[in-house]
Design a protein around this ligand. Structure first.
Ligand code: GLN
Length: 386
């Protein structure tokens, strides 16, 4: 192919290929056990797959409404009411999206203008900052405090200015597995009360929370909910990340802006999956039992690696476990993740990629959304690392 040699000004000059793609490719190349990218290696429900098939066969194959189909929005409204006591109008305040990432991108694009500041809590999931920058926004960073990765609200308060448009939060948190408490929500309320600051709350791991902790969705707190976009994921909840299905909740005024953008990104999300999910959501135990299911996996994995040289604080939520490798080597985490993949045969994600200035705490992130057999094999390899 002849190459274009005209002027090109990159809109994201500092961005390479996302770490999840890089590490999964490396795992495949070296035939390593892939605990890097976050996705289950077991099947989603066959009943859900049959429902999708049925809807396809019945001819539900044309565009769904831009907002998503009503029965699915109604099922979501019911769930929000039951779990969090929050009232969302399915007509005006709920929208189905192409996964959490599209929801985050559309929400940021809808409200962040040139020069607006957005508070980003680090380590931060890698799609946040590019979306802010593509809108001309300025990320303002606050770091979570190790070892429990809690939010220092004084620090947040110091970083808030008259230009702050949005504060982004994520609970349960990727990559640290920490969860926000009721007290965190009260602090967030103190900071935002009486201001125009909006909140984007990434809650895609809402059901994956352990040890009796309760998910503190911002929608439980009316004063926070009225200024928040909340992002959720069907992929995480139903073991089907490849479907790229999610949804966003926001009060009407915010949702109107969200829809202006969403309609020109994807217009709408595929139809048969939406009908199938609307039916399948009636099966409430599926999401109510998810925390228990993943807690067993977390415990299985951490028990198996207890004898290894890796140190850890058990994750409180999400399907990620951080492991501290500082007793093994002080090598850079990006280098060590590659070495561990090639030499020990286990792929993980280095956590420095979640910081704008690549802070290296000697932690790697491991995804335990895997079969027990895979976790056993990975742990056996990790235990041999000296
Ligand atoms: N959310 C998943 C993770 O954190 C993967 C997302 C992706 O591959 N883009 O690993």
């Amino acid at each position: 192919m002849p190459q274009y040699n005209g002027m090109l000004r990159s809109k994201l000059p500092n961005v390479g290929t996302t770490i999840f793609t890089v590490m999964s490719a490396l795992a495949n190349e070296y035939n390593a056990i892939n605990l890097s990218q976050g996705f289950p290696n077991f099947e989603c429900s066959p009943e859900l797959v049959s429902l999708i098939n049925e809807y396809m066969k019945k001819g539900y194959n044309q565009y769904a409404p831009m907002q998503g189909i009503m029965p699915l929005r109604e099922a979501i409204a019911e769930k929000m009411q039951e779990l969090y006591g929050a009232k969302y109008d399915p007509e005006k305040e709920i929208n189905i999206t192409a996964g959490g990432t599209e929801a985050i991108y559309a929400a940021i694009t809808a409200v962040v203008n040139e020069g607006d500041e957005v508070i980003v809590i680090e380590p931060a999931y890698d799609c946040y900052v590019p979306a802010i920058e593509l809108s001309g926004g300025i990320p303002v960073y606050v770091q979570l405090k190790a070892p429990n990765y809690t939010i220092d609200w004084n620090e947040v308060k110091k970083k808030v200015s008259h230009r702050t448009r949005l504060i982004m939060i994520n609970t349960p948190h990727n990559p640290t597995g920490s969860v926000m408490t009721e007290k965190d929500m009260a602090e967030l309320d103190k900071i935002t009360k009486g201001t125009d600051i909006l909140i984007l709350s990434d809650e895609v791991y809402e059901h994956i929370i352990f040890d009796g902790l309760k998910h503190q969705s911002v929608c439980r707190f009316p004063r926070l909910a009225e200024r928040s976009f909340i992002v959720f994921s069907f992929g995480k909840t139903y073991h089907a990340t490849g479907w790229k299905m999610g949804y966003v909740l926001a009060p009407e005024k915010l949702m109107t802006e969200f829809r202006r953008v969403h309609q020109f990104i994807v217009f709408t999300v595929n139809t048969p999956f939406q009908y199938a999910l609307a039916d399948y959501m009636k099966n409430k135990s599926e999401y109510l039992e998810l925390g228990k299911f993943y807690q067993q996996k977390r415990d299985y994995f951490i028990n198996l690696i207890k004898g290894s040289k890796f140190k850890f604080v058990p994750a409180s939520g999400s399907y990620f476990q951080l492991l501290d490798y500082s007793k093994i080597t002080l090598a850079k985490d990006t280098d060590y993740a590659i070495r561990l993949t090639k030499e020990a045969g286990v792929a993980s994600v280095p956590t420095s990629v979640f910081y704008h200035d690549q802070i290296d705490n000697k932690f790697l992130r491991f995804c335990f959304a895997k079969t027990d057999e895979t976790l056993e094999k990975a742990a056996e390899k990790l235990c041999k690392v000296k």
